[in-house]
Ligand binder design. Structure first.
Ligand SMILES: C[S@@+](CC[C@H](N)C(=O)[O-])C[C@H]1O[C@@H](n2cnc3c(N)ncnc32)[C@H](O)[C@@H]1O
Length: 243
């Protein structure tokens, strides 16, 4: 089992720490994109967390099943309105099997990088392929590795610098791993959160998809379907399970 980094402290404060992720302007395009792909079918969210996307998608009429490692995150989901319509299985999304054949499976907010080895990421694609109906789609939202932004010889990239929040990534190039560090001041107290990630390039994801019997159908720079270019810092990619 991978390490569970989302304990009760993080689960209870998830929305307060990352309020921008809960803005309707952020959530609505994700939900529309996924609802279009699901059509009348069902959806599987890997790393469903507190239901940030699953709950509004379910309210749109799409049946959602989630897989989640952290019981504390699921406990937060369960106290929200609409939670009774969503089934959640506790487990590792690289290996856990659930009942059902899904039209769409999705993994948002860089969560593929929570699998810290190539083997686990490959397993994840294979696990998803087993859960999709023929022609079903796998959607990933993930950043493009920020190596282009590292000055030569440097390994640290700061992504948040405010008086109350310092966030930076520490790249370990030889292992294709990046450690993400957060330091917050909350009510005069220092709070920290550090997690390991395996950064992954779009082309490597395409190869993992191919190994699992899927082919790239679309790649955008965001949920509004803006083109993916050399300047894009993240992407939304859709692979289709070949019939
Ligand atoms: C960044 S949060 C995203 C939660 C939710 N998808 C959202 O968009 O708000 C990542 C979630 O994935 C879960 N997670 C990470 N690795 C996992 C794994 N291998 N299997 C299942 N869940 C995992 C974490 O516990 C956490 O709830």
């Amino acid at each position: 089992m991978p390490e569970n980094n989302f304990d009760e402290r993080i689960a209870k404060s998830y929305e307060a720490r990352w309020p921008e992720l809960f803005e309707p302007a952020v959530i609505d395009p994700v939900v529309s994109f996924l609802a279009d792909l699901a059509g009348k079918g069902t959806a599987l969210e890997l790393g469903i967390g507190t239901g940030r996307i699953a709950l509004p998608l379910s309210k749109r009429g799409v049946r959602v099943h989630g897989i989640e490692l952290s019981p504390a995150m699921v406990a937060e989901l369960h106290v929200k309105p609409g939670a009774k319509d969503i089934d959640v299985t506790i487990g590792d999304f690289a290996t856990t099997r659930v009942n059902g054949a899904f039209k769409v499976a999705y993994l948002v907010r860089n969560t593929i990088t929570n699998l810290t080895t190539q083997d686990e990421q490959v397993q994840c694609f294979q696990n998803v392929a087993r859960h999709l109906v023929p022609g079903g789609c796998f959607v990933i939202e993930v950043y493009v590795p920020e190596l282009q932004r590292l000055p030569p010889g440097q390994t640290i990239h700061a992504f948040a610098v405010t008086p109350t929040h310092l966030g930076f990534e520490e790249y370990e190039i030889a292992n294709q791993v990046v450690f993400s560090h957060h330091y917050w001041m909350v009510d005069g107290q220092l709070e920290t959160f550090s997690t390991p990630h395996r950064y992954v390039w779009p082309a490597e994801l395409d190869l993992m998809a191919r190994l699992a019997g899927m082919t790239l159908r679309e790649r955008w720079s965001n949920w509004e379907r803006q083109p993916f270019t050399s300047d894009s810092r993240s992407h939304v990619s859709v692979w289709e399970r070949t019939p």
